[in-house]
Design a protein around this ligand. Structure first.
Ligand code: ASP
Ligand code: MG
Length: 402
């Protein structure tokens, strides 16, 4: 069997943890399996590298940022190869360049395009454990790129897909995917299984266990993923196209604080305004999420939308520059909001799910700012201070507790 195992930063946070992972990999290898290990940077390394960069310049060239960040994963990969070697098993570490994980051009948030398999296949054939740096790749200019925070998961899934692996295991510091982040909702429960679609919508659930794109990719290539703890042998959560256990109405409640609400007031009420506004943001790579358009006074309209909090200032700046061209009278930004979502494939066949959520919020006297829905998700934008209360109220209303 060919097995891809991915370990997150906390799982390789110190010497003891590194040897813990090394042992798990050696065990797998000794069963006769081919083992590929994808690693994140140790502990908080990536955050520390970012802080170091900010200390030098508040606005460093993006290419250099990736040059810096890719070192984090190289450290953990090389140390892991040493640890495994010291246990008498041959191992080799490869970075994004050496494997050749080909990505798009964009620094800081590149997408994987193609993975060369020759080098890895060769290393497996001569019976080495292959350790691959997560989160990084190389673009057509032969420069390092990174895949966005948490991107190592995507590296693992891409390798599993390209090499037709028999299993892809994502090891983390929690036991799997939960019905809500257990740090916020103490009686959250671990899920045995979850569908790709549910997981996509719940990307922030259960301590942000998986990178969004890794789930997209797993769905696209039919890679069955298991999320489990590196610290015990508990079963974990299986991700697949359809779950076999009886479908619950909803699978989980997710919280996203990384959001800000921007309101553009007094736009001319004529065709093309939404296009102009969102096109400006798209051109600068600002991702827009929930959108609400409402009628203003005297032939005007207001458009509100959410963006990642980290992109809010940039979005406001872009819009302010063109304020007169789009005829806006005011642009405001609120960074004290949070998104709470319920997700569940069972929603499709059950009316009244949204109402039940709204009722739970009403009972807590929590005001809703914006609402957005998909077939399997309902999201509300609320004040950040209400977020934890909302999570617990909604979680309990749907009987998700243990
Ligand atoms: N080290 C990177 C990060 O902290 C990538 C990852 O951990 O997946 O975001
Ligand atoms: Mg992660």
């Amino acid at each position: 069997m060919l097995i891809v195992k991915k370990f997150g930063g906390t799982s390789v946070g110190d010497k003891e943890r590194i040897f813990n992972v090394a042992r798990r990999c050696v065990e797998e290898y000794r069963k006769g399996n081919d083992v590929i290990v994808v690693l994140s940077a140790m502990g908080k390394t990536t955050d520390e590298l970012i802080a170091k960069a900010m200390d030098i310049s508040p606005n460093p060239p993006k290419r250099e940022m990736d040059m810096l960040l890719t070192t984090g994963e190289q450290v953990s990969a090389a140390l892991m190869a040493m640890a495994i070697d010291s246990m008498g098993v041959p191992a080799v570490s490869l970075n994004g360049f050496q494997v050749a994980m080909h990505t798009t051009r964009v620094y800081g948030n590149a997408r994987l395009k193609r993975v060369d398999t020759d080098r890895i296949m060769h290393e497996l054939e001569i019976r080495r454990i292959v350790i691959v740096t997560g989160f990084q790749g190389v673009n057509k200019y032969d420069n390092y790129t990174t895949l966005g925070r948490g991107g190592s998961d995507t590296t693992a899934v891409a390798l599993a897909a390209a090499l037709h692996a028999d299993a892809c295991e994502i090891y983390t510091d929690v036991d799997g995917v939960y019905t809500a982040d257990p740090r916020i909702v103490p009686n959250a429960r671990k899920l045995k299984e979850i569908t790709y679609d549910e997981m996509l919508d719940l990307a922030t659930l259960g301590a942000g266990v998986l990178h969004n794109r890794s789930v997209e990719m797993a769905k696209k290539y039919g890679v069955q993923l298991v999320v489990r703890s590196s610290l015990n042998d508990n079963e974990g959560t299986i991700l697949k196209e359809e779950t076999s256990v009886e479908r619950m109405l909803i699978s989980g409640v997710a919280l996203d604080r990384n959001t800000a609400r921007i309101s553009v007031i007094g736009l001319k009420d004529e065709p093309g305004m939404a296009f102009k506004l969102f096109n400006m943001l798209a051109r600068e790579n600002v991702n827009v999420d929930v959108i609400l358009q409402s009628i203003g006074r005297d032939n005007t309209k207001d458009i509100s939308f959410t963006v990642a909090r980290s992109e809010a200032d940039e979005a406001v700046e872009i819009l302010t520059k063109s304020k007169s061209r789009i005829g806006a009278t005011d642009i405001s930004c609120n960074k004290t909001v949070a998104k709470v979502s319920i997700v569940g494939a069972g929603m499709m066949s059950n009316p009244g799910v949204a109402a039940k959520m709204f009722e739970a919020l009403y009972n807590e006297n929590i005001n809703i700012n914006m609402i957005s829905t998909s077939e399997i998700r309902v999201t509300v934008l609320i004040h950040e201070k209400d977020a934890e209360r909302a999570m617990n109220a909604v979680h309990d209303a749907f009987g998700l507790e243990e």
